[in-house]
Write a new protein. Structure first.
Length: 201
């Protein structure tokens, strides 16, 4: 890939900061975003569908949760707010996105339960009770599949992954690929052209 993308390691675009406000199940969030990160101006519609339709964790949820491709942290902040007994790992290749996620978690009083990391900074022996992702489809199929092959096997026994993918960007073909790779995949919900996939071993 060339040029400056939300999946660039260090975006060259000036950090033009702005605020993104949204609500999830009656809780209001106001997060700082910036140019050079994914969906900088609003809560991405796919992320909104994921947070509305998937089974969000609750206070009884423990262990480690993974927000894969965290961006500026909307999924991370929702998970950490709801799952007060869990630790949320916010993972992104984009350094600016990681910085924003850390700031947003700090401002919401969640920093003690959020670990922000580049992919290679996550301990190799760590497994996750849940994996959440609005995966970066635009990196290309090969890189996307490689990312999922790397992280899905790190689900703990009984763990679940929640993915959201636009139908027109290959949501149905991704579901087939996951099944062919040996995963149990349920199309949990469809809304506004997005598929919410529930993935287990």
């Amino acid at each position: 890939m060339t040029g400056d993308h939300y999946f660039s390691t260090e975006p060259a675009t000036s950090a033009d900061r702005r605020t993104v406000a949204f609500s999830v199940e009656g809780y209001d969030y106001s997060l700082t975003s910036s140019a050079g990160v994914f969906s900088a101006d609003r809560l991405d519609p796919g992320t909104a569908v994921l947070l509305r339709k998937a089974e969000l964790p609750g206070p009884e949820t423990g262990g480690a949760l993974l927000d894969l491709g965290c961006g500026y942290g909307p999924i991370t902040c929702v998970l950490a707010t709801r799952a007060s007994a869990a630790t949320v790992w916010a993972v992104d290749v984009n350094g600016r996105a990681r910085e924003l996620t850390g700031e947003n978690a700090e401002r919401l009083g969640l920093a003690d339960r959020v670990r922000v990391a580049a992919p290679d900074e996550v301990p190799e022996d760590l497994t996750f009770a849940q994996l959440w992702s609005n995966p970066p489809i635009r990196v290309g199929k090969e890189e996307l599949h490689g990312m999922l092959r790397r992280w899905l096997p790190r689900l703990a026994p009984g763990g679940v992954a929640w993915l959201v993918v636009a139908r027109h960007l290959g949501g149905d073909s991704l579901q087939r690929w996951l099944v062919e790779a040996g995963w149990q995949v349920e199309r949990h919900a469809s809304q506004k052209g997005y598929r919410v996939l529930r993935v287990t071993r």
